[in-house]
Design a binder for this molecule. Structure first.
Ligand code: DAK
Length: 255
């Protein structure tokens, strides 16, 4: 298998494992969809790390495999890859990308499907599809523009240039830069902390933010208040409020 799910301390790690560059061939793309479904389904997975290993996150879709495809084959395939990545983006739990080395093309697009990105100081991110005569096709024109804004997204997509850690942090393409050897540890700690949180409220927050950003303010506020009222049905809400009243802030243990 070129990707697998490991679970420890409530954290599921989706580990890409296709040396040397974790090029995302069709089998790996399909596998990612299965793993996203498994991480969504399993109650022992409460937060997720996406990790490509110490050397490279992923250098994009497998160019050698794609080279042989014609127009008809790509029409047949193009929805499936977007669906795989959308399945990752819609995991209803906190998801962090732990990014070492290259995250290019589909690799960068996969990192964009996470809620938070922790990157190594040696990271190089980019959307180099233009250098192949293409554009990003796994959500890059959409998720990158939403994350960093249209001008910066156009700069990166028009030129295909690689962005190093300092610039990636400055434009919000990554959220934290750490020494390369600490990327996974820090991402796991981020996820493990959230794995202790109230799972349904975390899901409500994620879905309200993600769905709300795709709509007008009034609809977004309606999504928020529906979830907000709904959380009053949860045991976690009762525990959270009782703990505040009896013990003070931030001490609740959630189920
Ligand atoms: N695909 C296939 N093989 C790759 C690869 C890739 N993306 N990236 C690297 N490799 C292979 C190299 O060919 C080389 O293989 P051998 O020659 O050893 O057999 C080996 O990995 C090591 O690579 P290098 O020798 O090039 O290593 P360097 O350290 O010199 O350079 C690099 C590393 C990552 C900078 C360089 O390899 C590179 O530029 N790679 C290509 C990056 C890239 O262009 N990525 C974008 C791919 S296009 C779709 C939607 C979206 C997409 C596809 C479909 N649908 C809607 C269906 C996404 C498209 C893309 O991601």
């Amino acid at each position: 298998m070129t990707a697998h799910l490991e679970v420890a301390e409530g954290v599921g790690t989706i580990r890409l494992d296709r040396p040397p560059m974790n090029a995302l061939d069709i089998a790996t793309q399909d596998r990612l969809k299965e793993l996203a479904a498994e991480a969504t389904r399993r109650d022992d997975v409460r937060a997720v790390v996406i990790y490509g290993g110490e050397k490279v996150f992923a250098a994009g879709a497998d160019i050698k495999e794609m080279q042989a495809m014609d127009h008809a084959a790509m029409i047949a395939r193009s929805g499936a890859l977007q669906e795989s990545f959308t399945a990752v983006a819609r995991i209803p739990k906190p998801v962090v990308a732990a990014v070492n080395g290259y995250a290019l093309g589909g690799g960068c697009e996969l990192a964009l499907c996470a809620d938070f990105r922790i990157a190594a100081d040696n990271v190089k991110l980019g959307q180099p599809e233009i250098l192949l005569g293409l554009i990003p096709g796994a959500g890059g024109t959409q998720r990158l523009a939403r994350l960093v804004g249209p001008s910066k997204a156009k700069d990166l997509i028009f030129t295909g240039r690689q962005v190093k850690a300092e610039e990636a942090l400055a434009i919000g393409l990554v959220d934290r830069v750490v020494p390369a050897a600490e990327v996974y540890e820090q991402a796991h700690a981020w996820a493990a902390r959230l794995a202790q949180g109230p799972a349904i409220a975390l899901r409500a927050a994620k879905e309200s933010i993600d769905a709300g950003l795709e709509t007008d303010l009034d609809t977004g506020l309606a999504i928020e208040r529906t979830w907000f009222a709904g959380l009053f049905a949860t045991e976690d809400r009762q525990r959270g409020m009782r703990s505040f009243v009896e013990e003070g802030p931030g001490k609740a243990k959630f189920v």
